[in-house]
Design a protein around this ligand. Structure first.
Ligand code: ZN
Length: 294
C-alpha cells in the first residue's frame, strides 16, 4: 500500500491511499478510520485489511497538494557517513560506530514544496536518502525485530547547511533549518517492498549528482533501528533518514551550493520521487518578529 497525507486547495489535511496516480480519502471510504498518519500507524493491525480493499481511487494526485506523509513526526533522526563512498568524499574512513544527529520536526515539508535557502548561509546542500517510518513502539530490539518495527519507506532529502553543520561538533543546527526535511511523496508499506537493494539517485536541474544502491548502506535500516532503540523508545511515525551516497554539492571541486531557482529531485526505485525547488528564505520570516507566520 501507498499512504499519503494530502489537502485539496486550502482544505484540511486528509489521509489517503494512492496507486501513485489518484487518491482515495480513507475516512470517506472506511467510516471510523483514523485521519492522521501517526494514529493510523499506531492502530495499523486494526485497519490494514480494510485499507487493502481500496482498489479504486477518486481524485487525481495532480489536483491535490501532497504533504509530508507524517506531517509532524515525534522524532526525526539522521545517520552520518553511512555510505562508504560518501564517507570517503568527506575525507574519512567508514565509521565504526553509528553517527547520529536529529533534525527538528519543524523542518518537515512536503515532497514538492519549496526548500528555503537561508539568509545566514550560502552553503545549502542536498542529501538524497531512503527514509524509514517507524511502525512499532520499540526498545532494545534485535536487528530481526527491528525489521518488523519498520512501517514503511519514503524518499527524503536531508537538506544541510554545511557551515552551520560543521563549524561546531554538533550537526543539529545545520540539519534543522525550516523546510530542510522534505520527504514523501507517500509511505510505501514495508510489506510491499524489499528495501535492501534499491537504486537511489539525486538530480539538480536534471543533472544526476548522486547515484547508488541501498545495499551500499554501511549500517542497514534494521541495524539503525536496533542501535537507536538501545538509547530510547522509538514510536510509531518516528522518521529516520538512513544516509546519503557520494556526490553532495559540498564535496565537488569547486563546491556547488544550491541556488535560488534550482530544482532538486530524489528518486528511489520502487518507492517514488520528490522534487523541491529552492527559494530564498521568505520576507515573512526575515523580519525577526515574534509570532512568525507558519
Ligand atoms: Zn544525511
Amino acid at each position: 500500500l501507498k499512504l499519503v497525507t494530502f489537502s485539496r486547495s486550502s482544505g484540511p489535511l486528509t489521509l489517503g491511499v494512492t496507486d501513485g496516480v489518484a487518491v482515495t480519502a480513507i475516512a470517506g471510504r472506511i467510516p471510523g478510520a483514523p485521519n492522521d498518519m501517526i494514529a493510523l500507524i499506531d492502530r495499523w493491525p486494526a485497519w490494514q485489511k480494510q485499507l487493502e480493499t481500496i482498489t479504486t481511487f477518486d481524485y487525481p494526485l495532480r489536483e491535490l497538494r501532497l504533504h509530508a506523509p507524517v506531517p509532524r513526526p515525534g522524532k526525526i533522526f539522521g545517520i552520518g557517513m553511512n555510505y562508504a563512498d560518501h564517507a570517503a568524499e568527506a575525507g574519512g574512513e567508514p565509521p565504526k560506530d553509528q553517527i547520529w544527529f536529529s533534525k527538528a520536526v519543524t523542518a518537515v515539508t512536503g515532497p514538492y514544496d519549496p526548500v528555503e535557502r537561508p539568509i545566514v548561509s550560502h552553503m545549502l546542500d542536498y542529501e538524497g536518502e531512503l527514509v524509514v517510518v517507524v511502525g512499532k513502539r520499540c526498545r532494545h530490539v534485535s536487528a530481526a525485530q527491528a525489521l518488523e518495527a519498520i512501517f514503511g519507506y519514503s524518499v527524503g532529502n536531508d537538506v544541510s547547511v554545511r557551515d552551520w553543520q560543521l563549524r561546531t561538533s554538533q550537526y543539529v543546527l545545520g540539519k534543522s533549518f525550516d523546510t530542510h526535511a522534505p520527504f514523501g511523496p507517500w509511505i510505501v508499506t514495508a510489506d510491499s517492498i524489499d528495501a535492501r537493494d534499491l537504486e537511489i539517485a539525486t538530480f539538480v536541474n536534471g543533472e544526476r549528482r548522486q547515484h547508488s544502491r541501498t545495499r551500499q548502506l554501511i549500517f542497514d535500516c534494521a541495524a539503525q533501528i536496533a542501535h537507536l532503540s538501545k538509547a530510547m523508545t522509538l514510536e510509531p511515525g518516528d522518521v529516520i533518514f538512513t544516509g546519503t551516497p557520494a556526490g553532495v554539492g559540498g564535496a565537488r571541486k569547486p563546491p556547488a551550493w544550491l541556488q535560488r531557482g534550482d530544482v532538486v529531485r530524489v528518486e528511489i526505485e520502487g518507492v517514488g520521487a520528490i522534487e523541491n525547488p529552492i527559494v530564498d528564505e521568505p520576507a515573512a520570516t526575515r523580519q525577526g518578529k515574534l509570532d512568525t507566520p507558519r
